[in-house]
Design a protein around this ligand. Sequence first.
Ligand code: MV4
Length: 453
Amino acid sequence: MFKKILIANRGEIALRVIQACRELGIQTVAVFSTADRDSLHVTYADEDVCIGPPPSKQSYLNISSILSAAEITGADAVHPGYGFLAENAHFAEVLAECGIGWIGPGPQVIRLMGDKAKARQTALAAGVPVLPGSQEPLAGAEEAAQLAAEVGYPVILKASAGGGGRGMRIVWDEGEIAGQFSTASNEAEKAFGDGSIYLEKYLVEPRHIEFQVFGDKHGNVVHLGERECSIQRRHQKLIEESPSPALTQELREEMGEASVRLCREVGYENAGTIEYLLDQDGRYYFMEMNTRIQVEHPVTEMVTGIDLVKLQIQVAAGERLTLPPNMKPRGHAIECRVNAENPVTFAPSPGPLKTFHPPGGPGTRVDTHGYEDYVIPPHYDSLVAKVIVHDRSRTEAIARMRRALDFFVVEGIQTSIPLHRRILRDPDFQAGKLSTRFMERFLQGTPSGGGEK
Ligand code: MV4
C-alpha cells in the first residue's frame, strides 16, 4: 500500500481524498495556491506545499510545481481528484517516469477516451450501441452533408478533442450543414488545436444516464449501477440520483454489461464513468467515457455502500476487486450541488461565508470544504457543498432532501439552494419525468427565474 499520497486538487474533493487516506492509514500532502492558504484541505493534510499564485494555470495545472512538491515530500502516489489534471495523459506519464504512483487509469486509456471520435469507434468495436453517424472524423463539409442525408436530420457535429458539451453544433437541415461544419471545425482548431469533427444523429430530448465502472490491475471489471444526471444547465449538472427512475433491472443489467465490455476492450483500470443517452423508447447509446472519479460519485456510494475513493487507492496499489458481481442498488440517493452563485441569474457569488450550518440527520451527507468565515475565492469553480441524501424510496429521498435544504443555513453569499428547493417541488421532477431539456423548460415556465414556482 502507498505510504504518502499527494492530492493534486483543492476544495471538497481534496478533503474527500484526505478522509479516505486517513481511514486507510496513509499520510497526505496537500498542494495549494496562495488563494487557498486558509482552505481546509491544507489544514487537514499532514503536510502542505504552496505551488503557485491563484490562477490554475500557474498552480493546480502546473505539472512541474506539483512534481517538485511530490519529490520534496517523498509522496509515492498522486490522486488527481476531478477537473484540473485528472484527465491529463501527459501528467500520468511524467509521474510514471518519476516512479510515482497514479491513482487513475493508464495514460494510453486516458488519451484514447479523450479523443471522442476514437472513443466512439472503440465502443462500436466492443458491441456497445452508438448513434448512427461517422466511423472516422469527417474529411470535409461534403462528407458531412452526405452522411447527414444518410442518417437523417437533425444531426450533431462534435469536436473529437471536445467533450462535456464543448465544441458541439446541432444542425437541423441540409441548408445549414456546410456552414456549421466550417464553424465547428474552425472553433475546435482554435480551442483545442485540433479541428477534427465527427457527426451523429441528434436525439432531441434524451436522458443522461451514466454507469460507474471499476477495474483493477488483474483484469477484473465491475459496474456499480447508474446515475441519472439529466438535471443540468449549460452542461453543468445540478442534481444527480441513483438509481435512475427510467431503468428497469433488466435494462440496468444490459447497460451494465455493455459498460463492462467496453472496459475490457481497453483494459480499463481504476474508477471510470460511461455516459449514455437514453431515448424515450428505452434505447441507449454510448456518448463519452470519463476516466476519473466524478463530482457525483457519492450517490453511487450511498446506494452501494462502497467507498469509491478508498477503492481507487486500493486498486491503484494493486489490490484485487472483490465485489459481488450482481450488486443491486439499495434504496435511493439524490445529490444537489450547492454553488456559490445567484440562483436566478447564475452569476458567480464568491465571498465570505458569514454563517454556515450544513444539515445533518438520518441519511444525510454533506461533502464540503466550507466553514464559518471561510472566504470563497473567485478564481475557481463555484461548488461549495454537495448535499447527498439516502432513503428507502425516491419519494422519501426527495422529502429528505427538501428537509436537508431547509435546514442548510448559508449567509454572506448567494447559493443555488433556493433553485434546488423549487426544482424539488416541481411535479415533473417528483414524477421522475426527466430529460436533458428539463431545466430549459423549468426556467421558461418561471420568467423571473422562478421566484414563485
Ligand atoms: C448528444 C445529444 C443528442 N444527440 N449527442 C452534451 C454533452 C456531451 N457529452 C454530448 N452532449 C450531447 N450529445 C447526440 N447524438 C445531446 C447532448 C446534450 C446533453 C447530453 C447530456 C446532458 C445534457 C445535455 C444537454 C444538451 C445536449
